[in-house]
Design a protein. Structure first.
Length: 452
């Protein structure tokens, strides 16, 4: 057993560098969130809300936020396994006359990238016209230099007081955590704030990859085997639950205190991490690679034969990114042609699913990520069988690097009907999970607001 443990540990430590290379989970959450919310009259019937600067919200509610964020820290320490406690020096303090320092106090207390833009903007659905609104460049909304999502996205500026549909606030915000919010927050990321935040060393994901440092906050490896956790205890340091509860609590607080814009924007942030956990490649370390095969691959690696390990890592990463690419381009095409009867769209709107009747704090771990984990191996096999081999089975091809401008949905348009049907079968249940868990969390936030 000690030899088995040692081999597994060596393997997982090396493989961990690959985890998070596709840390965006779903490409452009907003495309899915709009559809999930479209069948929620309790959201669609709400009046538009006035845009409000973050600094205004913080200044108006600094005393209450100080108490709420203290309670959140206590909750995380008690309920999130392996949670790295926030240094007491970073606690949010009410500073009614501190001006811009309130924002730093907020980013410190929530341990997000202080460079996150957090300005006023709205994402437009594909094909929607800007009208009189001013278009924003990517740099105004994201810190990332190369974003596969935002290069296909139109952002419009908002001014204080501009009225925005609630669905647009939530949908826009549901994609926002992928714009750099969780980048550089670990002690070994080479940032001054990462050194202060107390989160420790990045447990997995490649720190050299631009967005790799967000992976441990956007993934949930809760259902691996006991030997996996023994060999790789760092896999237990996933903090999606922490983010979900934090933003959910802030959403409820903002809605209760008369700040609907921030209430629904925080709702979108909470949704992002929940939705990430519906992605099978965010819930299982190496889909399609059994523990026995991992041990064999790493036995060969320790003996000096490194090809097997390198190939396994590349293939899993490529399939992860290929799924996101197909999802992004299929949904964009649906929007552009106004086809809201396409199967993935209908799955996002499907209200007959009822896995979670009432949201609870253990749902992300016990239900949402479990669904994704259970689907990971079959999904991986289906992708390998359905997509062109270059994208799923060629270890010399690196998705996202070997070539640009790949559109797997368009590429498959000329494939046999059976192949296209197989990809539909792959995507539909995942979109169904995404839609259901989106609505369940939104209903929980609305119910908590109403119970005040």
């Amino acid at each position: 057993m000690n030899l088995l443990y040692g081999v597994a540990r060596a393997g997982f430590c090396v493989a961990a560098l690959s985890i998070g290379t596709g840390a965006g989970a779903w490409s452009n959450h907003a495309l899915c969130t709009w559809q999930a919310l479209a069948v929620m009259p309790e959201i669609t019937r709400l009046p538009a809300v006035p845009a409000e600067e973050l600094d205004t919200f913080l200044a108006g509610e600094s005393a209450g936020l100080a108490h709420l964020l203290a309670d959140e820290e206590l909750w995380a320490r008690q309920h999130v396994p392996n949670y790295p406690a926030r240094p007491d020096a970073l606690a949010f303090a009410a500073r009614p006359d501190a001006g811009a320092n309130l924002r730093q106090g907020f980013t410190d207390a929530t341990r997000i990238n202080p460079g996150a833009r957090l300005g006023l903007f709205v994402q437009l659905p594909p094909g929607a016209a800007l009208g009189e609104r001013v278009r924003l460049e990517e740099a105004a909304v994201t810190t990332l230099l190369r974003s596969e999502t935002t290069k296909y996205t139109t952002f419009a500026a908002l001014r204080t007081g501009d009225l925005v549909a609630v669905t647009d606030v939530i949908a826009t915000a549901s994609d926002e955590p992928d714009y750099g919010m969780d980048i550089g927050v670990w002690s070994d990321n080479g940032t001054a704030y990462g050194a202060r935040y107390g989160l420790g060393r990045q447990p997995f994901g490649n720190p050299a990859v631009e967005f790799g440092s967000q992976a441990p906050l956007h993934m949930g490896f809760y259902h691996e085997s006991a030997i996996t956790y023994r060999a790789a205890p760092f896999l237990g340091r996933t903090l999606a639950e922490y983010r979900i509860h934090l933003w959910k609590s802030l959403a409820v607080y903002a809605l209760r205190t008369g700040h609907p814009y921030w209430g629904f924007r925080f709702t979108g942030w909470a949704l992002h991490y929940t939705q990430d956990l519906t992605q099978p490649y965010h819930a299982r370390v190496l889909p399609g690679v059994s523990l026995a095969r991992m041990l064999w691959i790493n036995s060969m690696d320790l003996a000096g034969f490194h090809t097997g390990k390198r190939e396994a890592i590349i293939l899993v990463s490529n399939r992860h990114l290929a799924l996101e690419n197909y999802q992004l381009h299929r949904l964009r095409a649906d929007y552009l042609r106004g086809d809201f009867a396409d199967a993935p769209i209908l799955a996002l709107r499907d209200r007959t699913r009822n896995v979670i009747r009432d949201y609870s704090d253990d749902a992300p771990r016990e239900i949402i990520s479990r669904q994704a984990y259970d689907e990971a191996d079959s999904l991986d096999a289906l992708l390998a069988a359905s997509l062109p081999a270059k994208f799923t089975s060629d270890p010399d091809y690196v998705m996202g690097e070997s070539e640009s401008g790949v559109d797997l949905y368009a590429l498959l348009a000329t494939s046999p009907a059976a192949t296209q049907d197989a990809m539909t079968r792959a995507l539909v249940p995942l979109m169904g999970n995404f839609g259901e868990h989106t609505r369940t969390l939104v209903r929980a936030i609305l119910a908590a607001r109403a119970s005040a």
